[in-house]
Design a protein around this ligand. Structure first.
Ligand SMILES: NC(=O)c1ccc[n+]([C@@H]2O[C@H](COP(=O)([O-])OP(=O)(O)OC[C@H]3O[C@@H](n4cnc5c(N)ncnc54)[C@H](O)[C@@H]3O)[C@@H](O)[C@H]2O)c1
Length: 455
């Protein structure tokens, strides 16, 4: 492992990673100031920005394409980029220069060099594309220096840090939004549109997942997507990546807006896949052959909401099988399932037999395409955009900033969706004991407006 990677992987992980000690982590009582209800950031809008002046921390596999997509958006200027790996930093600076004709300022050197970048008065907004243990500290540093923070998934790994982000976003009046791109996929947006038109009736149950075989990341040594990720599997159990599947399902169910996650139980399978891969694929003498992998190959959590609805959330990055986020929603009038997309409706569907899946979803796209997707459809084929969802997400958040609108997913959503990271670890280490979700909105969920169709 190179020095750069070792610093990237280990820098801060000891403090950030949940392990057995986290089971008894301190839990403060977080109350809204002077007995007020929380949730102020649901409606909070910053003054409109004519130009959105951005800084980027982390120019790796995720930061590189995201910087390119951002650079091409109207009204965006990439003022500065920071990475401790000079190779990827210079690659991104070159890409942005080619696209815009302007070279952003360059920050590197040590793991806290980003703080100098955050001191710049000409930066409004900071994007964080670094490994998980850095998300919360970097976002907090950005907020405390007067910048809006847009942070990769999960927003943080520890519940205490999620509370710190909620409280700092509220105190500073600055946005802190998790970049859950899957909420902006074409399929997810269409299903949201259908749910809001009541096609599925009263929602009862959802299923969400991150099934993505990633064992090959163990062979990466210096750089490349997720080179630091397998290390987490030696520290953490349960669900290491809950938000890609859970975010869209939470939005269908209006979580934090009339309902909220109450508690979850979790269990995991034996952890065999990574050790098998290390034995079979890594050369003799490779230290990872001796690592003790703890994360069960597949974990399943069941969330109960305050209104009594249920959500299955699964995580499996070790088993050889096709990718899936499940994207399943069931209501009193029918169901939608993803991977592959399929619909069953007892009334109003294009097919009337709800005992069989209707796999011809093109007809539904024609009828229920989300207006945001329809508006941007001719631009969604850009490279490195995960089928368009990255572009749509960035377009939408820049639109909100330029027009002085609240962001789609204020800090409460990123926190609630990410909380399963710690809660599932605690539950699997305690014979699946139920774990309460914090109410990051401090009662604000009772009054927050429905997550609507925004275009
Ligand atoms: N939403 C998505 O679809 C999606 C896809 C891939 C990755 N991600 C997320 O993006 C994030 C980054 O993942 P990645 O695959 O790009 O990892 P990566 O290792 O390729 O990139 C991370 C970069 O952060 C840099 N870095 C680490 N510590 C730093 C510090 N203190 N200061 C400055 N730079 C630092 C590293 O040098 C590296 O270049 C992760 O949170 C990951 O979960 C999201």
């Amino acid at each position: 492992m190179s020095d750069v990677t070792r610093r990237g992987v280990l820098g801060g992980i000891g403090a950030a990673a949940a392990g057995p000690a986290m089971a008894g982590a301190s839990r403060h009582h977080h109350t809204a100031p002077h007995g007020q209800t929380g949730g102020a950031m649901f409606t909070h809008a910053a003054p409109p920005m004519a130009r959105v002046r951005c800084a980027i921390i982390g120019a790796g596999e995720r930061g590189t394409p995201m910087a390119q997509l951002l650079a091409e958006l109207d009204g965006v200027e990439i003022v500065a980029v920071c990475d401790i790996d000079e190779f990827v930093l210079d690659r991104t600076l070159k890409n942005v220069t080619t696209l815009t004709g302007k070279t952003p300022a360059r920050y590197t050197g040590d793991i806290h060099a980003y703080r100098h970048m955050l001191d710049r008065p000409d930066v409004d907004v900071v994007f964080v594309f670094t490994p998980w243990q850095w998300h919360a500290p970097m976002a907090l540093d950005a907020l405390n220096r007067g910048k809006h923070a847009f942070v990769e998934v999960p927003i943080a790994t520890r519940i205490e840090d999620m509370w710190a982000l909620v409280e700092t976003s509220e105190r500073t009046g600055l946005h802190c939004m998790m970049l859950e791109n899957c909420c902006y996929g074409r399929e997810e947006l269409m299903v949201l549109n259908m749910v809001r038109q009541n096609l599925f009736g009263e929602l009862l149950h959802g299923e969400a997942a991150y099934l993505h075989e990633l064992k090959q990341q163990l062979s990466r040594r210096q750089r490349g997507e997720g080179v630091w990720r397998p290390f987490w599997q030696t520290r953490q159990r349960g669900n290491l990546y809950p938000t890609h599947g859970l975010g869209p399902v939470a939005q269908y169910m209006n979580i934090n807006r009339g309902d909220r996650f109450d508690y979850a139980v979790s269990m995991d399978s034996p952890a065999l896949g990574m050790a098998k891969y290390a034995r079979e694929k890594l050369p003799e003498g490779d230290p990872a052959r001796g690592w003790n992998f703890l994360t069960g190959d597949i974990s399943s959590s069941l969330i109960k909401t305050v209104k009594g609805r249920t959500i299955l959330v699964q995580h499996d990055i070790d088993s050889p099988r096709p990718y899936s986020r499940h994207n399943y929603i069931l209501g009193t009038n029918g169901a939608f399932g993803g991977y592959p997309p399929r619909i069953a409706l007892d009334a109003g569907g294009l097919s009337t037999d709800h005992h069989k899946w209707d796999n011809a979803v093109d007809g539904y796209y024609a009828k229920y395409e989300h207006p945001l997707w329809a508006k941007l459809a001719n631009q969604t084929s850009r490279d490195g955009s995960h089928g368009g969802m990255d572009f749509v997400m960035l377009w939408r958040l820049i639109y909100c900033l330029r027009n002085g609108l609240p962001v789609d997913q204020p800090v409460y959503d990123g926190a609630a969706w990410s909380a399963l990271f710690e809660l599932s670890d605690r539950s699997v280490r305690n014979r699946s004991a139920p774990q309460d979700f914090p109410d990051f909105t401090r009662g604000g969920w009772r009054h927050a407006a429905s997550y609507g169709i925004r275009a």
